[in-house]
Design a protein around this ligand. Structure first.
Ligand SMILES: [Zn+2]
Length: 202
């Protein structure tokens, strides 16, 4: 189904906003090559979807989990990767048109490195909860002034707390998130675990 003009317009605005950010050089070349046509307005329909039955798509990517229906209630969008090819990803929106911030949030997931996406996004993941959502929200809220307190607020606050007063932490986030840098992924995992042991988590 082709995207509505208004939805396409929001997506274009989100792509433009992301394209203007200083961290673009961090993005892995494979992801950047997938981004390039979108920035030129090509292939939006191949990446962005507004399914007729969002719940069914959600359930499909959460097979084997409990309370899928309840969990899906608070979800407004999601990014899924093809199991055979983790670089082949789709973004699904529940609402049409989606909120600008929601498009930005999903675009960050879509742009993240496959090792990070797979390691952190997969539920239950490698035991640091959903810190990827915290980083994704952290990046998203730098771009939009929309009220996003309904979206991963606890995870956002945790990441903000971790990065306060230390620019090296944000640098490590970016290295892990966009480049899939192993050392920084390992560091992030340790750092988050240690902070949670100390009770930093909100
Ligand atoms: Zn997310």
């Amino acid at each position: 189904m082709p995207l509505q003009a208004v939805t396409e317009e929001i997506i274009r605005r989100a792509l433009g906003a992301i394209n203007n950010r200083a961290y673009l050089p961090y993005i892995d070349p494979t992801r950047r090559s997938k981004l390039a046509p979108l920035l030129n307005g090509r292939g939006l329909d191949q990446v962005f979807r507004v399914p007729n039955n969002f719940l069914a798509v959600y359930a499909q990517s959460h097979i084997g989990e409990r309370n899928v229906k309840d969990k899906a209630k608070n979800v407004t969008a999601m990014t899924t990767a093809n199991q055979q090819d983790p670089e082949d990803r789709l973004i699904h929106f529940k609402n049409d048109p989606p909120e600008f911030g929601t498009v930005i949030h999903e675009l960050f997931h879509w742009l993240s490195h496959k090792d990070f996406f797979a390691g952190f996004h997969a539920s239950p993941g490698p035991n640091v909860g959903i810190v990827d959502e915290g980083i994704t929200e952290f990046l998203t809220r730098k771009i939009t002034a929309e009220d996003r307190t309904k979206h991963y607020q606890a995870e956002y606050l945790e990441v903000r707390q971790l990065s306060l007063g230390d620019p090296n932490v944000e640098e490590r986030f970016l290295q892990a998130y966009f480049k899939g840098d192993r050392e920084n992924i390992r560091w992030l995992r340790e750092h988050v675990r240690a902070a949670r042991r100390r009770g930093v988590r909100h």
